[in-house]
Design a binder for this molecule. Structure first.
Ligand code: AMP
Ligand code: ZN
Length: 119
């Protein structure tokens, strides 16, 4: 699996930087955002260092399908309320104009009662 020694999210996934872990398996790591926009705000990342969504191609279809299938399960486990009254927002920032600050592919999952701090 590809890792980047200077990447903060690779270090979080490896347990080298502490985080509030929401989920972990062989392929994925989920942890609560340090600066939450919503009552529930966690990030889910592939452990493999993929810099952004711009780097995805057909070879990632299985990995990304498994990640997407995890999202509703983790949303409920972290306190998002059930659809349709509850639900969640899924966001991926890509590149400078997409607002990406950390260049390790990550999906923001936000939910919980409104109003939110942002968004
Ligand atoms: P972006 O790259 O713009 O999609 O956002 C990166 C996100 O990572 C921001 O929401 C940050 O609050 C979050 N973040 C940065 N460092 C940490 C950390 N050490 N632990 C948890 N979340 C972090
Ligand atoms: Zn990384």
């Amino acid at each position: 699996m590809e890792h980047d020694a200077s990447c903060i999210f690779c270090k979080i996934a490896a347990g080298q930087i502490p985080s509030r872990v929401a989920y972990e398996d062989a392929e994925f790591f989920a942890f609560h955002d340090i600066n939450p926009w919503a009552p529930v705000h966690f990030l889910i990342i592939p452990k493999a260092h993929i810099p952004s969504m711009a780097h995805l191609d057909a070879s990632h279809a299985g990995l990304m399908g498994r990640l997407m299938a995890l999202v509703p399960q983790l949303a409920l486990q972290t306190g998002c309320r059930p659809y349709p009254q509850g639900g969640f927002r899924l966001v991926t920032n890509t590149g400078a104009e997409g607002g990406q600050e950390i260049h390790h592919l990550h999906f923001h999952v936000m939910g919980g009662p409104r109003p939110w701090a942002r968004g």
